[in-house]
Every structure is written in structure tokens, then in C-alpha cells.
Design a protein around this ligand. Structure first.
Ligand code: ZN
Length: 194
């Protein structure tokens, strides 16, 4: 098992977790910004982190690992690898989470749903519904980072590698604005990755 400290240090080292003063797409300000793709771009980190999810569900008799695209694809791949099981993904078609590309769930197959970051759990739930509609059984849910603050709850065994609290402020009562710290928009070049 990786410790919370080890996980956080990999996130920081790879620039996935940034500290500062960020403008989020929601318009809120935050002292932290997390971009999971930054850590998953290193296959050896992806293998190690996702391996923890695989390990947790090693006795769950998983037949297939399913993820919502795009963020979940790498996670499904790296969870399916040690389990020696298929890794597939669902994507939106006309607004509905759908298995395309000839991906199939056979009736009674045991599916493990995974994703990178859980914010509301909405996409994961849609994938679970798609699996069930095809006759599959959802036997578990795993994610690398749960930032739902306990809001994403499923009635199946659930595992997250780490839980991260998100502090968001409206611009009017942002303490970082009050301290005069420069506001940066993630993805711009101004972010220092320390
Ligand atoms: Zn601010």
C-alpha cells in the first residue's frame, strides 16, 4: 500500500498537484489545482497507482474493467493489466454514455468501473447504468482521487486511492485575493510547478 504522503509527493513531483491561487473553470478561486493527466503521462506512475485499485479488487472476480472516457481510459488499462482482464471505455454519444467501437459486456459479466478523479460521481454512475443495461453486474468502483467530499456514494464496494478536500472561494471572499497573490488560470504558462 502506498501511503498518502507517497501519493501526494508523486502528484507534486509530476506537476499534477499545484499550490497557488487558481481560477477554476467554475469561476471560483482555489489554493490548489489538480490535473490527473500530468501524473498518468508517466506509465510507471500510472502502473503503480492504478495497481492499488487492481489489488483492492483482486478477489472480486472481475471480468472486465470499464471507465468513462477520456480521463478513465489510462486507469482502466492499468487496472486491467495486473488483473489480466479486458479494459474498455464508454464515451458520450448524443449526450448518453455508451460503449462504442465494438466493446461489449456479456450478460452476467462482472464489471469493475474505474476513473481518475471523482468530483460528483455522475460519469461513473452513467457508466454503471450502461453496463447494467447490457446485462452486466457492477461489482465495484475504484478511482485514484475522490474529491467529492463524501458526496459520491455508490451501493457497491468502493475504493479511492486518496481523498482530497477542495477549498473553493468566490472571488469576493477569496483570502488569496485579499493577500494580493497573483491569480493564475491553469493551463497558462504562468504557473510555477513547485
Ligand atoms: Zn482569489
Amino acid at each position: 500500500m502506498l501511503s498518502k504522503q507517497e501519493i501526494l509527493s508523486v502528484f507534486k513531483e509530476t506537476g499534477a498537484l499545484l499550490n497557488g491561487h487558481f481560477l477554476l473553470s467554475s469561476g471560483l478561486h482555489s489554493p490548489q489545482y489538480f490535473q490527473c493527466a500530468k501524473v498518468l503521462q508517466y506509465p510507471w506512475h500510472a502502473e503503480r497507482l492504478c495497481g492499488e485499485i487492481a489489488n483492492y479488487f483482486s478477489d472480486s472476480k472481475v471480468d472486465v474493467v470499464v471507465a468513462p472516457a477520456i480521463g478513465g481510459i489510462v486507469v482502466a488499462q492499468e487496472v486491467g493489466r495486473p488483473l489480466r482482464r479486458r479494459a474498455i471505455f464508454a464515451e458520450r454519444e448524443g449526450g448518453k454514455m455508451t460503449l462504442r467501437r465494438g466493446f461489449e459486456i456479456r450478460k452476467g459479466e462482472r464489471a469493475l468501473v474505474v476513473e481518475d478523479v471523482t468530483t460528483t460521481g455522475g460519469s461513473a454512475l452513467e457508466v454503471m447504468n450502461a453496463v447494467r443495461e447490457m446485462g452486466g453486474d457492477v461489482v465495484g468502483f475504484g478511482c485514484l482521487v475522490d474529491r467529492s467530499g463524501g458526496k459520491a456514494k455508490f451501493d457497491i464496494p468502493t475504493f479511492s486511492l486518496i481523498k482530497m478536500d477542495v477549498r473553493n472561494y468566490s472571488p469576493e471572499d477569496c483570502p488569496l485575493c485579499q493577500q494580493g497573490i497573483e491569480l493564475v488560470k491553469p493551463g497558462s504558462r504562468k504557473i510555477s510547478e513547485s
